[in-house]
Design a protein around this ligand. Structure first.
Ligand SMILES: C[S@@+](CC[C@H](N)C(=O)[O-])C[C@H]1O[C@@H](n2cnc3c(N)ncnc32)[C@H](O)[C@@H]1O
Length: 359
């Protein structure tokens, strides 16, 4: 299954990234990575907010991120969105053997390349010019990044469900997104993003970062989060799990019993289970997040969802099978936000045993 999901990612890597391997031009061998002057933004070009170009300029926070990233001697580090290199400078000065940084803006590519050269650390840095969501990453042990928040969900999906094997990802994320990511089923805030990520990884909050530590100042605060892949098979088909959680968390204020009792839901699931068909686009790996499934497979009944060639009795029998799985799991009266991944996995297994499939 992992291979099928990886293949999806491989197909997405259609845009060829071009590699810049920086060349050493400076003679200095003792980089001044802690110097606050190097973090300041000199305004040499316009920063684009839609690209998430909020530079982290507080040296104490930058030092803390590099420290919390737990880089071991010899590690290969992946950074996403190095910008002018405020964090990159610290990663280059760490025990890491090498750093690969993916940057979409050619002006930033130039800036971080020049920064590494000025520090005398250019030979440790490879800048990959391209879109993080599209390019193929080189092998890495740890990912450390202050990312553009707009790609949080597709980046985490790519890291966790792509072909990569790594120890940790230490990411600075929008605070609200980070809170949803670390939510647990016990606190009643559980959500689709957390359920999908926790299927394959452990997550924890490391620290909060004020919006005042960035230039230009964003509207939101941030939080540093560690994602640690478990490295063991999740015990479910990942594509089916992603489709299943889309349905379960699609109407988060309803109980699972109410969600799976809806006629259009039963009809849609019946159609999928009979035909073995899914959404035309297949599972959306780019969207681990989003609790509204209204527009997706379980959504409107505009005629596509009608099951042709089956009697009312057959649909009614299927409905009984759906209800039977929920009863056996003892989850009909529970809201998805209160249900653990183990319970959800068991429910999916019970559905599958009764011929109920999610695509
Ligand atoms: C929040 S800034 C972080 C800059 C730097 N890491 C820092 O901490 O100061 C995000 C950076 O990601 C880059 N970026 C935005 N979208 C990107 C994408 N899809 N792929 C790669 N880089 C991207 C922006 O150009 C910008 O340099």
């Amino acid at each position: 299954m992992k291979r099928a999901v990886s293949a999806l990612w491989a197909r997405r890597a259609v845009r060829q990234a071009y590699l810049y391997t920086t060349t050493t031009t400076a003679t200095s061998s003792s980089p001044e990575v802690g110097a606050s002057a190097s973090e300041a933004w000199d305004g040499r070009f316009r920063l684009h907010k839609p690209r998430g170009q909020h530079l982290l300029t507080n040296p104490r926070v930058l030092d803390a991120i590099a420290l919390r990233a737990a880089i071991s001697p010899g590690d290969a580090v992946l950074e996403v969105g190095p910008g002018t290199g405020n964090l990159t400078a610290r990663l280059l000065a760490s025990h890491a053997a090498r750093v690969a940084a993916v940057e979409i803006d050619p002006r930033m590519v130039e800036a971080v390349t020049a920064r590494a050269a000025a520090l005398g650390l250019a030979d440790k840095l490879t800048v990959i010019a391209g879109d993080t969501v599209e390019v193929e990453f080189p092998e890495f042990d740890v990912c450390v990044a202050n990312i553009p928040y707009g790609i949080s969900s597709p980046l985490i999906a790519k890291l966790l469900f792509g072909p990569y094997r790594f120890r940790t990802a230490t990411l600075l994320l929008q605070k609200e997104f980070a809170r949803r990511l670390v939510a647990t089923s016990g606190d009643g805030e559980y959500n689709r993003l957390a359920a999908n990520v926790r299927l394959v990884a452990d997550v924890r909050l490391l620290m909060d970062v004020s919006k005042r530590d960035f230039v230009p100042m964003p509207r939101v605060d941030s939080s540093l989060v560690e994602i640690r892949p478990r490295g063991i098979a999740p015990g479910v088909d990942v594509s089916e799990w992603l489709a299943f959680t889309r349905v379960c968390f699609g109407q988060k204020n309803k109980t699972l019993g109410a969600i799976f009792k809806q006629k259009r839901m039963v009809t849609e699931l019946f159609g999928q289970s009979q035909r073995g068909e899914g959404c035309a686009a297949g599972p959306s790996l780019g969207a681990l997040d989003g609790d509204s499934g209204e527009d997706d497979c379980g959504g409107n009944d505009d005629g596509r969802n009608r099951v042709v060639g089956f009697s009312e009795e057959e649909v009614a029998a299927f409905k009984e099978r759906v209800a039977g799985a929920l009863d056996t799991a003892e989850l009909a009266g529970k809201r998805p936000s209160k249900v653990s991944n183990d319970e959800l996995k068991r429910l999916l297994r019970l559905f599958n045993e009764r011929g109920v499939r999610f695509h």
